[in-house]
Design a protein around this ligand. Structure first.
Ligand code: PLP
Length: 366
């Protein structure tokens, strides 16, 4: 029996092998490797498809978030509302700047619950950072209204939501900045680390450009204490190749997810749902099961690999002990993380692999 992995990164190369190899050689032979034409072109093309005026390429998704927050001047003593069940990198982007994360519970769609935000706003609250988790766009309407009412910066972690939309509008364009990761597993994946900030704000874009390069846009003119968070030419070039195929590779994920949703019929397995006006680009296909360990063992016995995204919510992680949270503080998040299981979904998945997963899920018994 052949095994179905939970992800298959090699496909991301094999599917576009010739184009990628040609681009890699072109960059290697160019003699220019950092902040050059490939980065510029990628920034232009990515801002066009997302629909923002500016895109600034950076070295990874975490630094997209942390430079973005730094550019807004959010720091020690400030609070940022963030969803409790997000990946820890979202929270790190806040705490790296000395600011305090305040955790908001999710809805049944795993995204920030718009009805649980207002009660957490204090005089120190500066921003709301939503994560479009697993690839589903967050329900934005009420969140936008709250941010306007309380004069808060709206920020979006789009690391899992390339091309996901809410009410026909692309994620990454609702707030002052959208943060993207192109880590190899993401829907748009590089062959190393890469990330980007998108925005319509010229001044913010310029600040990020400075921050990513020692505080300097004009060579040797250092305006702020910056970092080295640059996107390199090789990754930018390879991302340009993959970006051309992102519409198709997103459609492929939608096909896999629709087969799962239509053909998985096991009442013991709760399937993901998509909120009204939201689209889902299926970065992950996450189901809920009560006896998770037994379910995962059964699937493994049927040759199906699974994973958990994520087992420990940030507020209960050892790293954030200093925040003083304990079990019971965020009951909705804590209940969800004990039940969630990610099923295999990746580009280049064969119908046979899809059917193996469906059959394994459907034959799981009490
Ligand atoms: C992957 C991810 C990040 C971090 O991106 P890196 O490029 O790995 O630093 C941040 N937030 C979310 C939700 C992610 O999935």
């Amino acid at each position: 029996m052949s095994k179905v992995p939970v992800n298959n990164l090699k496909n991301g190369f094999e599917l576009y092998k010739e184009e990628l190899e040609n681009k890699a050689l072109e960059v290697l032979r160019s003699g220019w490797y950092i902040l050059g034409n490939e980065v510029k072109q990628f920034e232009k093309e990515f801002s066009e498809v997302i629909g923002t005026k500016y895109c600034v390429g950076v070295d990874n998704g975490l630094n997209a978030i942390s430079l973005g927050i730094r550019a807004l001047g959010i720091t020690i003593g400030d609070e940022v509302l963030v969803q409790a069940n997000t990946y820890i990198a979202t929270v790190l982007g806040i705490t790296i700047n000395g600011a305090t994360p305040v955790f908001v519970e999710p809805t049944e769609y795993y995204n920030m619950d718009p009805n649980k935000i207002e009660e957490l706003i204090t005089r120190s609250t500066k921003a709301v950072l939503v994560t479009h988790l697993y690839g589903q766009a967050t329900e934005m309407k009420k969140i936008i209204e709250i941010c306007e009412k309380y004069n808060l910066f709206l920020l979006e972690d789009c690391a899992q939501s390339h091309y996901a939309k809410y009410d026909n509008q692309m994620t990454g364009t609702f707030g002052v900045m959208g943060f993207f990761s192109f880590y190899p597993t993401k829907n748009l994946g590089a062959f190393g680390d890469a990330g980007a900030v998108v925005t319509n704000d010229k001044e913010l874009a310029y600040k990020i450009q400075m921050l990513r390069n020692y505080g300097s846009v004009i060579r040797y003119e250092n305006m702020v204490e910056g970092y080295n968070s640059r996107l390199d030419e090789l990754q930018a070039g390879l991302l340009r190749v993959k970006l051309k195929h992102l519409t198709d590779s997103t459609k492929e994920r939608e096909y896999i997810a629709s087969r799962y949703l239509n053909e998985m019929t096991n009442p013991l397995v709760k399937l993901p749902r998509v909120a009204h006006l939201a689209t889902h680009v299926w970065h992950l296909f996450v189901v809920e099961v009560t006896e998770r360990d037994r379910f995962r063992e059964y699937l493994a016995s049927q040759g199906v690999d699974t994973d958990i995204h994520y087992k420990t919510p940030p507020h209960l992680s050892v790293a954030y002990k200093r925040l003083g949270h304990s079990r019971g503080d965020l009951p909705i998040t804590e209940t969800i993380v004990d039940k969630i299981v990610s099923l295999p979904i990746y580009n280049g998945m064969t119908d046979e692999e899809i059917e193996t997963v469906i059959a394994a899920v459907n034959s799981y018994e009490k």
